[in-house]
Design a protein around this ligand. Sequence first.
Ligand code: COA
Length: 183
Amino acid sequence: MQASWRADHDKLTFIACMPSSLASVKAGECDAPDRMIGDVNLFLSPADEDEEGCIGELELMIAPKDSRRQGYGRATILTFLHYIQLHLDGLLAEYKSKLGLDKMKLLQLKVKIGSKNDKSIKLFESLGFIKIGESPNYFGEFELVFEGFLDDERTRSLMDRYKVLDFREMQYHERVPLSAILH
Ligand SMILES: CC(C)(COP(=O)(O)OP(=O)(O)OC[C@H]1O[C@@H](n2cnc3c(N)ncnc32)[C@H](O)[C@@H]1OP(=O)(O)O)[C@@H](O)C(=O)NCCC(=O)NCCS
């Protein structure tokens, strides 16, 4: 399942780990079990009204209770939004090629949150997500959409405001399994 999530054309997923000041990212160090705190995902799906359009749905979790309320959730989703904006062309190219389409655009970024999950609703609203409708949907969830979701300037200014500094993309150095070396 992990392998399919890595390869699936309609998913983008990252594990959130405790901040680290290391110069390189090595598998098993920065993401050792005691450094993993959550995950953040994007799921792309076809838009009903436009064959060459898709909708992005976000998911966020900071799992350990003692890691919550320290800004990691907001930092994780802001960094993820910035990443999506930087890599949108590549993400859409992968998505459309699997569907055999020539063109594809992202029409909306949204999140679905249980109507009683006030803390999460507050988090997303603090970034400019806006509830669609006054009452929850059939599943008891509010849908919130991100206004100006392609505006990287805006995401950067939110990152400044919430002190999410030093964003850097780094190569992930996977450990080569011993069996691969031996063969
Ligand atoms: C929602 C969740 C991701 C928040 O993560 P977190 O790291 O604790 O959140 P942050 O510390 O970054 O908080 C950011 C903002 O969210 C809101 N918030 C977070 N926890 C809150 C709480 N316990 N009470 C009230 N507001 C809260 C606040 O507005 C907070 O801003 P502030 O600290 O400036 O007031 C985390 O609680 C979680 O994983 N919950 C379960 C999964 C979930 O609900 N995911 C969201 C739907 S996809």
